[in-house]
Design a protein around this ligand. Structure first.
Ligand SMILES: Cc1cc2nc3c(=O)[nH]c(=O)nc-3n(C[C@H](O)[C@H](O)[C@H](O)COP(=O)(O)O)c2cc1C
Length: 347
């Protein structure tokens, strides 16, 4: 195991130099892709403000993705990435679209990417960024060709793993130094960014903090739900029976969450009574949330839709411009380095 504090940089600029160089940005802050939220406006605003915006491809078709990338390129000449879900049936075509439009970075999410996928992107001239939930998989992804890693803890909004950001950071940052590692999950202020940089991160990825930006197209009610919420309101989906696994997602607690628990009980009761076979029952549970994020983000149904949000939602109290949010984060991180230097000097 490596030593924990491996970045003894005297200031923020030096501390995230590697991340900035990798991303081609002024600040090593990624705006994590958020389905329905991370479209042209938010992505371009983040990149224009010195960060790295990432388009959420989600379930888009190759044609729709092409339109979105071109529209983003109209709004910014700064680098941005595209997040692709590895189980998308048209993954290869989506990669072709990214490469043909000279997208510089492809972020692969939603499962472990194959070697072929990573090589296709690299051979096409783009950089690959992969998520890793463990040290061992991180090492494997690097051997396979990943150019950078994101470690995302369970404080994050959306689909999550079981381990917290702070534990992942301690386990992985000292031990993976061959490629830049970006930390995500639960980051709401710049001091936290500075802390992860000091622990060896090359930068950080934030999602929740950017949702209520003026430039975000999220429905006003979606934004209001964020601004009203506290950290404890961003909860994980409840699974009532281990025989019927549920994908863990962090979202604001609402009527939809309660209805999901009721639905699981009803479906499982039908299965136990012999009125439904196992596969149909599992599908009925899985399909409950289909289209629910869109309903919340675009239509504003924050009662029954899926209001995906991380625990840092408690730090989102008003609508701000992306530039304001970015400057706040950066000045907090910068000051943290300045104060830390004072403490080390004993002054
Ligand atoms: C509304 C919402 C939608 C998200 N959708 C995606 C997605 O489509 N793909 C993905 O890789 N991550 C997705 N995420 C995760 C973000 O990219 C980011 O990693 C996460 O928000 C970071 O944690 P934070 O919310 O604590 O800042 C989503 C997060 C939120 C809040």
């Amino acid at each position: 195991m490596g030593d924990l504090v491996i970045n003894a940089a005297p200031n923020l600029q030096t501390a995230w130099k590697r991340g900035c160089e990798f991303l081609g940005t002024k600040y090593a802050i990624l705006g994590g892709a958020m389905s329905w939220v991370s479209e042209r406006n938010l992505v371009a605003a983040i990149s224009n403000a010195g960060g790295f915006g990432v388009i959420a491809c989600g379930a888009m078709t190759p044609d729709l993705l092409e339109t979105e990338i071109k529209a983003t390129q109209e709004l910014t000449n700064k680098p941005f990435g595209v997040n692709l879900i590895t189980m998308h049936p048209d993954l290869d075509k989506l990669i072709d679209v990214c490469l043909s439009l000279n997208v510089s970075h492809v972020v692969l999410a939603g499962g472990v990417p194959t070697k072929e996928t990573i090589l296709k992107i690299k051979e096409g001239g783009a950089k690959t960024v992969c998520f890793t939930p463990t040290f061992a998989l991180g090492k494997k992804l690097i051997r396979t060709g990943a150019d950078a890693l994101v470690i995302e803890g369970m404080e994050a909004g959306g689909h999550i793993g079981p381990v917290s950001t702070s534990v992942l950071a301690q386990e992985i940052l000292p031990n993976i130094t061959d490629v830049p590692v970006f930390v995500a999950g639960g980051i709401g202020r710049g001091e936290a960014i500075a802390t992860y940089l000091r622990m060896g991160a090359s930068g950080c990825q934030l999602g929740t903090r950017f949702v209520c930006a003026h430039e975000s197209i999220a429905h006003p009610d979606f934004k209001k739900a964020f601004m009203r919420a506290n950290a404890r309101d961003a909860v994980t989906t409840v699974q009532v029976d281990p025989m019927f696994p549920v994908i863990p997602v962090r979202a604001l607690n609402n009527e939809g969450g309660k209805k999901f628990i009721e639905t699981q009980h009803e479906v499982i009761a039908k299965y136990r009574a012999g009125e439904m076979d196992l596969e149909t029952a599992q599908l009925a549970i899985e399909h409950f949330w289909a289209g629910a994020l869109r309903r919340a983000v675009i239509d504003g149904d924050v009662e029954y839709g899926s209001v995906m949000a991380g625990q840092s939602v408690g730090m989102v109290k008003k609508e701000q411009s992306i530039e304001e949010i970015m400057e706040e984060l950066v000045s907090q991180a910068r000051e943290s380095f300045e104060n830390y230097g004072d403490q080390r000097d004993g002054s």
